[in-house]
Design a protein around this ligand. Structure first.
Ligand code: EPZ
Length: 424
């Protein structure tokens, strides 16, 4: 176990490069199951979830090499078509193997992902769509088993624009017989990249990035050779690190077209946001202005940036109302931010944040991936020392965020996190 120790107060300055997107890399890795041969993926972030996905592919019988940001996946038939409990419980995105397995091999079996800190996160839309494509879905003993001789194209209307639901159904439909239309599809950049890479493998997908995606099934796909898009959430987190410390930071590789909603909110909050050829630059004000926000599916304000933006709002002039409309429990960071002196009142799906002039360092506990980032950001400006415990949550989605922040001037380091002494 490790913790992150931060001595607050440093203004961040300089340049930092954003890594490849976790939420693009995971579906791309599992999409390799759709094509026989050697697949190559570049700019893959070295994260716990990526290594878990590589282990899952190896367990199924694929050859996987991962070095210096490049992954090679050799697919020649499979020895197993199952994502077991011990892997899925650490990474719910394992459910993304269902679409490729049943789409290409006629059968997939996945341990049902449980809920997590941010909500129940069911996969009913994934399973409804696979049934529409002709699969037989059986839930038993905590596993979901999906079978079909060959999927056939269908019209699917999603109840909500689920990101991995859209990705799973895209991967199921590309080898189905006939045409599939996915209505109310997710529009995230990670969905768009998956469709582009599938098309480079020989798929016939149109409309990715809009709410209606049309897939015309083909008989087989070639191996992929692609490069993961930059991680817009890591980029947004680094931009807020510059803003919250009244610093001046250039995030190289960040794409403005992926971050329009965040850039708009930062601008409203009085942060100077500039688009450079190499990325996005922020200059933080002495004190930000309070701005309301509500999380939405892309291209709205991303739920994965809500906790980080709330950290900024804890120091704002005025009161900000933050509404979480995607997940039912994504305010786990609130009680920890309060320990740092933030004034936040929870009212149902909203957090009312009254800005204070300063936060003060404390011991805080990370609960989920983005909540951890929010606590690190608050620790950068809190007076005194902040220790963020259970930092393994952070490592699931950020490749050594502490190292990147230190390079920008933050007084931040990792340290062993001895478990609390048992009180006899
Ligand atoms: C993806 O999760 C991301 N993960 C999440 O990022 C992100 O927060 C989320 O999309 C929303 O943008 C990956 O891409 C690996 P959803 P996903 O299905 O696909 C409900 C991070 O921090 N829903 O779009 O699981 C669901 O409960 C992670 O990197 C159903 O009810 O999210 C939620 O309330 C956290 N039934 C809402 O839809 C379903 O079948 C959106 O979930 C599917 C989803």
């Amino acid at each position: 176990m490790q913790k992150i120790v931060i001595d607050g107060g440093a203004r961040l300055g300089g340049q930092v490069r954003v890594a490849g997107a976790k939420n693009a890399a995971l579906p791309l890795l599992l999409a390799t199951l759709l094509g026989e041969g050697e697949h190559r993926i570049a700019n893959v972030p070295d994260l716990v979830d990526v290594r878990t996905t590589c282990r899952l592919l190896e367990r199924m019988g694929c050859g996987v090499e991962f070095a210096r940001g490049r992954v090679k996946v050799e697919v020649n038939g499979l020895k197993c078509r199952e994502a077991p409990y011990e892997l899925v419980k650490t990474m719910r995105a394992s459910v993304l193997c269902l679409g490729p397995l049943v789409g290409r091999f006629g059968q997939g079996r996945v341990s049902l992902p449980g809920g997590c800190a941010i909500g129940a996160r069911p996969i009913d839309q994934h399973l409804k769509g696979l049934s529409k494509l002709g699969a037989k879905v059986v839930l038993e003993h905590g596993y979901v088993d999906v079978r079909a001789r060959r999927l056939r194209g269908a019209s699917i209307v999603l109840d909500m624009p689920t990101v991995t639901g859209t990705e799973n159904l895209l991967m199921a439909a590309v080898l189905a017989r006939g045409q599939t239309v996915i209505h109310n599809a997710a529009r995230e950049p990670e969905v768009v990249q998956l469709a582009e890479v599938l098309n480079s493998m020989g798929a016939r997908i149109a409309g990715a990035g809009s709410e209606e995606i049309v897939v015309r099934g083909v008989n087989e796909l070639r191996p992929m050779d692609c490069r993961v898009i930059p991680d817009r959430i890591e980029a947004g987190t680094l931009l807020i690190a510059g803003a919250i410390t009244s610093g001046d930071v250039l995030v190289r590789g960040a794409r403005p077209e992926h971050l329009a909603a965040l850039m708009e909110k930062l601008d409203e909050a009085g942060v100077a946001v500039g688009v450079a050829s190499s990325g996005i630059r922020v200059k933080g004000p002495a004190r930000p202005r309070a701005v309301d926000l509500s999380t939405q599916p892309h291209p709205g304000f991303p739920t994965d940036m809500q906790a980080q933006f709330m950290a900024l709002m804890t120091l704002a002039r005025g009161t900000a109302v933050v509404s979480e409309r995607i997940f039912e429990n994504r305010f786990m960071h609130v009680q920890e931010l309060r320990r740092l002196g933030a004034r936040i009142r929870l009212e149902g799906g909203r957090a009312v944040v009254t800005g204070v002039r300063a936060l003060s360092g404390a011991d805080v506990m990370a609960t989920d991936l983005r909540a951890s980032a929010s606590l690190v950001l608050a620790g950068l400006v809190a007076r005194g020392r902040t220790r963020v415990h259970r930092v393994y949550h952070l490592d699931r989605g950020y490749q050594r965020l502490d190292r990147k922040l230190r390079a920008l001037g933050a007084r931040i380091r990792r340290a062993p996190d001895r478990p609390p002494v048992a009180i006899r």
